[in-house]
Ligand binder design. Structure first.
Ligand SMILES: [Mg+2]
Length: 406
């Protein structure tokens, strides 16, 4: 089976970026934390910190115990996004990026003569060299090459850090036997328990399991997909999930009341609407949730005609808002809105009956002002009171857009 996928995964990404932009931190153990407080957890650790056992999810106090010399730095999402785009451009100079898997990971499909092992390795070396050159060795990557994306991803995990690793069909499945079940994409804690319940405890047992058994354990086609992936088959990726654009926020203490929830959601929806327009999409559904301090929650959704107009979305929002339960005694804790039923604006038949065409120009003008002059220069009044409370947040799985978020 030919080599079909190449994955470039940046090593200790957030921590490496911090060391790149701040030379004082180079060569030192660094942990990136979301805010400067002892009550938080590390979201990334530099390779020097990893040697002490510090990794994502370790609490600040615990990290300090593991490594008294550790340097804590507050995350700078804007920098991670800027360099993410730079790295994509560097890879694109060598070969086309087919999919951005996360903020520090991209997949390139190998086609034609690129499927030859020597050629694929040469491409990987070229990408590695370009990244080394640009960041003077302070941001590095590991490249995994395999017969499908699943195995290329495993190869990149096995080759870390700063490595290039090829997994060939002829090495399957023996080369995987040293891994743990949880190392595999698609096997989380629950799935590992289900596998154990069917007497599958090791990767060797997983690889030897019948297709029928994996189908049963996964409860459907995902099990077949795993069986095929392990054998290097070119498995069709599942259709992408229903696209949604959503924002949520844990309320700051001063906004933990009904009006605060309204203002925050108003602001979050204006952000989501701006992103929707930037992507060139329309939405036909809005969902809202409120979580209360007694751990109970409320959520509801509303469907409407496809739109990307902030005023139309805000009017749907107000209808949804009226449906919330009146729980005066209970303090709200977190809230959020999500736009769903999203499709490209080009596929939507424009409305002839509303003034949305004119309003489209209004929304575009508002977006232009906020992009060129800074966020919140123009906004719909309902967000007043929550303007400073919906900061941009960083996630591995989604790359925030600096212009529309923040
Ligand atoms: Mg990485």
């Amino acid at each position: 089976m030919p080599l079909r996928a190449l994955i470039v995964d940046l090593d200790s990404y957030f921590a490496s970026v911090e060391q790149w932009i701040n030379p004082r931190l180079r060569g030192k153990p660094v942990a990136v934390i979301p805010m400067m407080t002892d009550s938080t957890c590390c979201i990334a650790a530099s390779k020097e910190a990893k040697k002490f056992g510090v990794k994502t999810g370790v609490g600040v106090g615990e990290a300090r115990q593991m490594c008294p010399e550790i340097n804590f730095v507050e995350s700078t999402p804007g920098e991670y996004i800027r360099i993410h785009h730079e790295v994509i451009a560097l890879v694109e100079n060598v070969m086309h990026v087919d999919e951005v898997l996360s903020i520090d990971e991209v997949r390139c499909d190998l086609k034609g003569k690129w499927r030859d092992k020597a050629t694929a390795l040469a491409l990987a070396k070229e990408i590695r060299a370009a990244i080394l050159r640009r960041y003077e060795g302070h941001i590095t990557c590991t490249t995994g090459i395999g017969p499908n994306g699943f195995l290329a991803k495993l190869a990149s995990d096995m080759g870390k850090p700063d490595g290039i690793l090829v997994l060939e069909e002829s090495e399957l499945p023996q080369r995987l036997h040293g891994l743990k079940l949880r190392d595999f994409c698609g096997i989380g804690r629950n799935m590992a328990q289900r596998l154990n319940a069917h007497c599958v405890f090791t990767v060797e047992q997983l690889c030897a399991s019948s297709r029928h058994l994996l189908h049963t354990i996964w409860g459907g086609i995902e099990g077949d997909r795993m069986w095929c992936s392990l054998r290097g088959e070119d498995v069709d990726r599942p259709p992408t999930k229903k696209r949604v654009i959503g924002h949520s926020h844990v309320l700051p203490p001063e906004l933990r009341h009904d009006q605060g929830v309204h203002s925050v959601n108003h602001r979050l929806l204006q952000k989501a609407a701006m992103r929707l327009r930037k992507m060139g999409y329309c939405a036909a559904g809005l969902q809202m949730f409120i979580k209360y301090q007694d751990h109970r929650g409320w959520s509801d959704e509303i469907i409407f005609t496809d739109t990307q107009d902030t005023l139309a979305l805000l009017s749907a929002f107000e209808q949804l808002w009226q449906r919330r339960p009146s729980r005066h005694q209970v303090v709200p804790h977190a809230t959020g809105v999500t736009l769903f039923n999203i499709r490209p604006a080009a596929q939507v038949t424009p409305s002839f009956l509303t003034s949305e065409a004119t309003r489209g120009r209004l929304c575009a003008a508002v977006d232009d002002i906020n992009i060129s002059l800074g966020k919140n220069k123009v906004f719909f009044g309902g967000a007043l009171g929550a303007l400073d409370y919906t900061p941009m947040r960083i996630a591995f799985t989604r790359i925030p857009d600096v212009e529309t978020e923040g």
